[in-house]
Design a protein around this ligand. Sequence first.
Ligand SMILES: *[C@@H]1O[C@H](CO)[C@@H](O)[C@H](O)[C@H]1NC(C)=O
Ligand SMILES: *[C@@H]1O[C@H](CO)[C@@H](O)[C@H](O)[C@H]1NC(C)=O
Ligand SMILES: *[C@@H]1O[C@H](CO)[C@@H](O)[C@H](O)[C@H]1NC(C)=O
Length: 319
Amino acid sequence: MTMSPHCPFHVIIWGVFLCILTKESQPVSWEEWWTYDGISGPGFWGLINPEWSLCHKGRRQSPVNLEPERLLFDRNLQLLHIDKHGIRGSLSNTGHGVVFSVDNGTQHPVNISGGPLSYRYQFCEIHLHYGLNDQRGSEHTVDNYAFPAEIQIFGFNSELYNNYSDALHRPQGTVAISLLLQVGDLSNPELRKFTDKLNDVKYRGEMTEIPRFVVRELLPDTKYYMTYEGSITMPACHETTTWIILNKPIYITKQQLIALRNLMQGDRKRSIAPLGNNYRPPQLLHHRPVRTNIDINTQGTKNCPTMHRDISYKAHTWE
Ligand SMILES: *[C@@H]1O[C@H](CO)[C@@H](O)[C@H](O)[C@H]1NC(C)=O
Ligand SMILES: *[C@@H]1O[C@H](CO)[C@@H](O)[C@H](O)[C@H]1NC(C)=O
Ligand SMILES: *[C@@H]1O[C@H](CO)[C@@H](O)[C@H](O)[C@H]1NC(C)=O
């Protein structure tokens, strides 16, 4: 959506509003309308709908720029655990992105635990964010470097809550494992299960079955990650998400990126624009720590901040 310089602001809003009322096959209210650019883009989410005020006022928002010199080594962080078995689900074009959702009532949920987590989480969705060119696309950036795409694996806290939609706005409700994507000659094989089906989800609202998907197979071969407490990166921006960003990328080919960029934001009747650049820009950290299980000091680099360096408590012994 671009603004005409000759058109006053309220006229544009009403123009958009009328389009929504008249042209959409399923009318949505103005309050539910958000995009990744223009007057309903990320800078305005918190103003469009009072229920999304955290998008504007929140101080524990995501994504963030990860600054290597600010990482804190935490020796208490555990290995991350994700179940190995496959699950059935569906891939859909939501108009905001490409989403894989596990089938409701699945008998054998994929559990996520360990890492920085105090609870067991149940896998429910995977979100794909990507750029319309290779220079941008990821939501998280590393040292201000944006990757061409990011995959986010979401789970909800299944020890405290019944389902994802409930957990979204509850304390310690959700986990998101973030994979940063780099262009390569060979794709991650599990990712290909999504990109092979993109013709079936060209337009918003389209959905296709994926009979067996193994979430674990998406992950790069690393036990190292960075973690911080943040939010969902779409409205309503609830600050309930523990983020885990793996420290190695996975690979996507140029052809797969081109296939993603052929998807459309709208439905078949009114395709609007290509789907892509569906990332929220990095938000301020506001003094939140970003912890890592990479022990930078034992890996040859000196003078890196750690959480244990200055700790000098000694247990008093009574012997
Ligand atoms: C699963 O349940 C949710 C909430 O009831 C619903 O919105 C969604 O469409 C269902 N998904 C499938 C694949 O049936
Ligand atoms: C995953 O967690 C559920 C409880 O939410 C449990 O019943 C199930 O056995 C766990 N699955 C595995 C593979 O450990
Ligand atoms: C999710 O859980 C809440 C609280 O238990 C419940 O009220 C709601 O109906 C559930 N939603 C779905 C889609 O199952």
